[in-house]
Design a protein around this ligand. Sequence first.
Ligand SMILES: *[C@@H]1O[C@H](CO)[C@@H](O)[C@H](O)[C@H]1NC(C)=O
Ligand SMILES: *[C@@H]1O[C@H](CO)[C@@H](O)[C@H](O)[C@H]1NC(C)=O
Ligand SMILES: *[C@@H]1O[C@H](CO)[C@@H](O)[C@H](O)[C@H]1NC(C)=O
Ligand SMILES: *[C@@H]1O[C@H](CO)[C@@H](O)[C@H](O)[C@H]1NC(C)=O
Ligand SMILES: *[C@@H]1O[C@H](CO)[C@@H](O)[C@H](O)[C@H]1NC(C)=O
Ligand SMILES: *[C@@H]1O[C@H](CO)[C@@H](O)[C@H](O)[C@H]1NC(C)=O
Ligand SMILES: *[C@@H]1O[C@H](CO)[C@@H](O)[C@H](O)[C@H]1NC(C)=O
Ligand SMILES: *[C@@H]1O[C@H](CO)[C@@H](O)[C@H](O)[C@H]1NC(C)=O
Ligand SMILES: *[C@@H]1O[C@H](CO)[C@@H](O)[C@H](O)[C@H]1NC(C)=O
Length: 696
Amino acid sequence: MIGPALVGFLIFQWPLSSYLANVSLQPQDCQKSSLKTLSCWNQNLSSIPADLNPRLRQLDLSNNVITEIGVVSLRFLQNLDISQNELHVIHEGAFKNLVELHTLTLGRNFLSHNSIDNSKSFLHLYRLNTLDLSLNNLDEKDVEFYLRNASYLEYLSLSGNVLTKLTPGIFTRSQNLRSIIAENNFISEIEQGTFESLTRLAELNLARNNLGSICDFKLSQLKKLNLSRNALQFFITQKTENIFQLEMLDLSYNNLLLFPLLPNRNNLKYLNLKNNKVGVLENQLPFLETLFSYHKISNLYDSGLESVENIYSALKETPLVDLDLSENQFSSFPMEICSYLVSLKSLNLSGNCLMNISDAEIKNYAQEGQPQQSCPSLKSLDLQNNQISYFSPDFLKALPKIEELILKKNYVKPCSYRNQTGESTSIQTNLVDDSHCVSFRRLRTLKYLDLKENGIKLLSPCTFEHTPLVTLDLDGNEEMILEKGALDGLQNTLQSLSLGRNRMTSLDLSVKCLKTLKKLNVADNYLDVLPEVIACSPLKELDLRNNNFTDLEESVIRKVSIYLNTIYISGNFFNCCSAVWVKFLSESNVKIPDLKNTLCFIKQNVSIFPDFISSDSLSKQCSLEVSTEVGITNLVNIILFVFCFTFTLMIVFIVIRCALNSSLPFRNNKVVSFQSGNDNQCSGGVAKISIFETVK
Ligand SMILES: *[C@@H]1O[C@H](CO)[C@@H](O)[C@H](O)[C@H]1NC(C)=O
Ligand SMILES: *[C@@H]1O[C@H](CO)[C@@H](O)[C@H](O)[C@H]1NC(C)=O
Ligand SMILES: *[C@@H]1O[C@H](CO)[C@@H](O)[C@H](O)[C@H]1NC(C)=O
Ligand SMILES: *[C@@H]1O[C@H](CO)[C@@H](O)[C@H](O)[C@H]1NC(C)=O
Ligand SMILES: *[C@@H]1O[C@H](CO)[C@@H](O)[C@H](O)[C@H]1NC(C)=O
Ligand SMILES: *[C@@H]1O[C@H](CO)[C@@H](O)[C@H](O)[C@H]1NC(C)=O
Ligand SMILES: *[C@@H]1O[C@H](CO)[C@@H](O)[C@H](O)[C@H]1NC(C)=O
Ligand SMILES: *[C@@H]1O[C@H](CO)[C@@H](O)[C@H](O)[C@H]1NC(C)=O
Ligand SMILES: *[C@@H]1O[C@H](CO)[C@@H](O)[C@H](O)[C@H]1NC(C)=O
């Protein structure tokens, strides 16, 4: 694997011909993107083609079957890629003409063969800036040979080789190195002095090796250090007043039992401790002595380490912003760590063993006279996948800037709101259990709250009042009852609401209007009616998948479609023929990404919507149904018309007769009874009556 920096660099260097002009050149199947760039990628070439343009700057010969390189005479070549070949012989003078070459990519070859002879050709490459020797089965001796004269080298990849021990000899001639990627080897030992003298080294990737501990971290020049997926039990920095440049430290997937002992003065912004065993000993004081004497390393850390405070006090100056402690073994919230890290914005404690976060826990630390009893800058806290059922109100008070709280997969129950007389405003009093509940009211900074899968049974009125939530996720709380007014207080802030997988049979948001709601997810329930109230929200996305809808109320859909971008409807069983709303949605340019997977039925027959919209036979089936209905009503109309017409004629006839008789014996006789039996089809009759009255 080539590290990100190197990849970035290579991509920058090689705008490959594939997305540029396609002009054939020698040899036949190579592609040149400009006069100076040629790609012969994957052409079954067994040697470097002859007759290449001598002015070439870039040449890509990757993915061929080249085994041997003789003298290359491309004097202006800057960039050469021979990766993924079968290279095992490089002639001594092969590179001697390549005085401009700065990037050489030789990954996936057999350069461990003949390394002593092959490496002689590398002596000429002292101007090289970037070298990729990944996946060549190289051991440390081979690498030492290849780097004998690489004095300008800055970027080196050695990943996927068989290095076991790094010694100072390997890099002594490459004092300009800025980035070394030695990921995915078998390195279990690094001799003192290997990296110390490389003063420009900023990035070191030793992920996926066998390192057991870092007992004396001294590389103050490093900015990025990746030690992920080793077997580290300790990471220790001796006390020193040196300023460390370190900004990113990845220690994920190791066996650390303790928080790393970081240099006193550092620049660390990002620390990843995911998947270690930190926290397991937190509650077993005095654990440090036990541990340190057991591993006989306490002499490395000269000052006393009798208490937790001493470890963490080193964090005081750490400008850490992002700390990942997920998948560790904390059973109580590490308030002391959080307190020292005054810049910390994001803390991930998911997948630990946290249970209750009690007042006592928080206050204890306050009494120890620490600088803070809060996590002053924390904005995002991920506590998912623990066993939290309760935390004290003081805990949330200790997070004065909290914006995002992820509590997915815990046992948290939101408290019901009690009014001045202390009575719960909930009607479902049998479900109210305020002994273990958490109040989400009046959290003035909170915007994102994830309460998925907490076994919540009841949301009582005003649960989130005075908390300006933008996103609320309540998925997977089966059979949760949303009481009238449960979402009151969120009308002007809530933009995304998720109520999926809740076994709901009806949805009554019982709120006047969520004026800012843009996204609503009610997938995987048993809903069959769209609540009218959503029509007043500026919804952009609506997820109705896997419910019991047979129809969507057209009036609601018409209103919703004004803002709607996307609607998901599959997993329902719609009536094809009454689905005018589908046509309406497509005409309004609303996206229905899963339309082609959506079933609908015509009487007993099952179809899918796109067929319904496009195919003639299906629409005929529907129109047949409709046209017979129309036929019947027409028939009724005709009969009524004939009836009215005859009746009118009769009246006219009578009127004429009466006029002739100069008497008016009728005022509202049969006419009135006709009017009462009147329906719209008979308005012709009414008109006649009014004529009759004016005549009168
Ligand atoms: C590029 O050139 C090759 C070989 O001449 C040809 O087969 C291919 O169709 C060309 N592609 C384009 C996009 O012109
Ligand atoms: C690759 O080239 C060799 C000879 O150089 C030939 O025998 C082989 O069939 C070629 N393979 C392909 C896939 O063209
Ligand atoms: C080794 O590098 C030096 C410059 O650092 C250069 O002068 C010398 O010629 C190189 N050796 C060979 C054999 O090219
Ligand atoms: C460290 O290396 C691991 C393993 O290759 C990788 O998954 C991870 O993203 C790297 N960490 C950083 C911060 O780049
Ligand atoms: C926290 O860590 C878990 C597990 O490592 C991960 O799935 C989750 O996305 C992380 N949370 C955040 C907010 O990054
Ligand atoms: C958690 O807190 C509740 C209420 O304060 C208490 O009843 C319960 O025993 C606590 N559980 C644990 C494991 O401390
Ligand atoms: C408190 O709520 C209860 C139940 O809803 C109600 O009966 C009572 O009148 C309320 N008291 C006050 C002071 O609002
Ligand atoms: C919802 O539909 C399923 C299958 O289509 C059916 O078994 C279930 O009884 C329906 N539920 C309700 C509440 O209508
Ligand atoms: C169902 O579909 C079949 C084949 O398309 C058709 O012959 C049949 O008349 C349809 N039945 C109904 C009730 O529409």
